[in-house]
Design a protein around this ligand. Structure first.
Ligand code: HEM
Ligand SMILES: *[C@@H]1O[C@H](CO)[C@@H](O)[C@H](O)[C@H]1NC(C)=O
Length: 503
């Protein structure tokens, strides 16, 4: 405890004066600009740092332009501002040193944590990987196996014994296994097995994430000083990052150790990078960690909220089952696995998942750093070096985007005559937008649809969790998603009483 806090009061004191001075200083420069957005003082910022998401959400919703200015920081949920930041003036809003420093140990120079040329090269290579023809069927295959071989036994056992399970954790592990296999060709088998090395990796990864999250709450120099002195949480990070790197490095060595023809016939991302030749081990390690991070921090969180929402709305579950029935009928597939085409035709399920992401976007706050002085479309002045954050959680509660019923869970808002209609990504930036838009969006929908349909056809849950959010890099459920499981009796037949009759 001593090393955690001994320096803190003095440092906070210095920080405070530093920020206060600049806050005053900046406001005098702004005489000529248009009406400035709501301004927030450093005092309030410190007071609310434990509830940064809830607090900034209240503020941007109350601001006339949905934008607020804090010392060194702009937070917005204004679609025009977001289009400007993510597309029109993309080059002026890199991730920036603030962000990349926070994630430097975990993500290295990977795609999620780099800018300019280093990012562009990786983006090009990764876009190529995500557009390979058979990627969709590989994903489908992996998720199905994971579901059949690992999740079903766990859920069935819990149903038989009446034990309670943390569904969030199971979904975390399932996603981890799937993404790891697609990216590296190696199956960590984290779901349902208590393997030492995987356990150590997951524990270390979570510990690292804990420290990284604390960094967001502090001015840069404060955590950097702690890191330099090797004290407090920064010491824990140093201890744990080794385990994370070791795990990913073992995958790299395993892959490089295979015979060339074996690598050539594999179709995971890592093999392609190895074949291209010029990638050092650290670079390959960063690739694995970046993709595992991108997939694991977002998709399971979205699925957990999906199951929570569905458990509170039995009529939504009914409609999903009806949709599965009608797709099965149309394709003459009464009880086989659903195919990609069949999943694609499930517009209602697509709407339910999108509605979940609208109300609970995993990446609720997304951070950029301003490269040169600029002003946003609503007149907000942004200075070089400031953090620019968009709040997509707040956007789900904006009447100007979604109408008066914006706070209600209503999948129908996405459907026109039963067909799914997408929303502009600047109004619904759950998957980001512009040149850095999420590469895994389609993969995420396939993964979520397979898991959703497979589970809903066979199991039902009683959920004891309340709606309580915990913002921890992404919008998690506080306390996970504890459920008790029930097995559905037999395969469901059509509601109209008629059984499937194949032509
Ligand atoms: C529901 C699930 C998902 C959501 C909501 C989501 C959301 C996002 C968001 C908001 C970003 C932008 C982050 C930023 O720039 O700060 C992003 C980037 C990215 N996502 Fe996803 N994502 C999801 C699933 C996935 C999956 C399954 C993968 C594949 C493993 C993936 C791969 C990526 C990659 C590689 C980037 C970086 C793109 C770049 O910087 O050029 N995502 N995602
Ligand atoms: C469905 O997929 C699972 C996992 O890939 C497989 O074990 C099972 O045999 C498949 N079922 C049918 C009917 O093809």
């Amino acid at each position: 405890m001593v090393d955690d806090f001994s320096l803190l009061p003095a440092l906070l004191f210095i920080t405070f004066f530093f920020f206060y001075y600049f806050n005053q200083h900046c406001s005098c420069e702004k005489k000529s600009s248009r009406r400035p957005p709501t301004k927030i003082s450093f005092f309030e910022m410190v007071k609310n740092k434990e509830r940064i998401l809830e607090w900034t959400t209240e503020l941007v919703l109350a601001s006339p332009t949905n934008t607020i200015t804090m010392p060194y920081t702009v937070v917005t949920s204004n679609p025009e501002n977001i289009e400007h930041i993510l597309k029109t003036n993309f080059h002026n809003y890199p991730k920036g040193d603030d962000f990349t420093a926070i994630f430097s140990e975990l993500l290295g120079h990977g795609i999620l944590n780099s800018d300019s040329d280093r990012w562009r090269l990786q983006r090009k290579a990764a876009s190529h990987e995500f557009s390979t023809k058979n990627l969709r069927s590989v994903i489908l295959d992996k998720v199905r196996n994971e579901f059949t071989d690992r999740l079903v036994p766990l859920l069935s056992k819990a149903a038989a014994t009446g034990a309670s399970l943390d569904l969030h954790e199971l979904l975390d592990r399932l996603t981890f296994d799937v993404v790891c296999q697609i990216v590296s060709g190696v199956d960590p088998a984290s779901l349902g097995y208590d393997k030492d090395d995987v356990g150590r990796f997951i524990h270390a990864y979570e510990a690292v994430m804990g420290v990284v999250n604390q960094r967001f709450d502090q001015p840069c120099f404060l955590w950097k000083l702690q890191r330099l002195l090797g004290i407090g949480s920064e010491r824990r990070l140093k201890e744990n990052i080794g385990d994370v790197h070791e795990f990913a490095m073992r995958i790299v060595k395993q892959r490089k150790g295979r015979k060339p023809e074996e690598i050539r016939s594999s179709n995971d991302f890592l093999s392609h990078f190895v074949l291209n030749g010029n990638s050092c081990d650290e670079f390959l390690r960063d690739i694995i960690i970046n993709f595992v991070f991108a997939g694991r921090e977002s998709t399971p969180t979205a699925m957990a909220w999906f199951f929570w929402l569905v458990s509170t709305q039995p009529e939504v579950e009914e409609r999903i089952l009806d949709e599965i029935d009608s797709v099965r009928r149309r394709h003459g597939n009464p009880d086989g696995n659903l195919t990609l085409d069949e999943l694609r035709e499930m517009d209602y399920l697509h709407a339910v998942l999108s509605e979940t992401l609208r109300l609970y976007p995993p990446v609720a706050l997304c951070l950029r750093q301003c490269a040169e002085d600029d002003s946003l479309p609503d007149g907000t002045v942004v200075k070089k070096g400031w953090r620019v954050i968009y709040n997509s959680y707040a956007m789900g509660m904006m009447e100007s985007i979604w109408g008066e019923d914006c706070k209600e869970f209503k999948p129908e808002r996405w459907l026109e005559n039963g067909v799914f209609g997408p929303k502009s990504p600047y109004q619904f930036p759950a998957f980001h937008a512009g040149p850095r838009t999420c590469l895994g969006k389609e993969m995420a929908y396939i993964l979520m649809k397979v898991v959703a349909t497979s589970i809903i056809e066979r199991f039902s849950f009683e959920v004891s969790a309340k709606e309580e959010i915990k913002f921890f890099s992404t919008l998690k459920m506080k306390g996970g998603l504890p459920v008790s499981v029930r097995m559905k009796e037999g395969k469901r037949t059509s509601k109209n009483g008629a059984d499937f009759v194949m032509a």
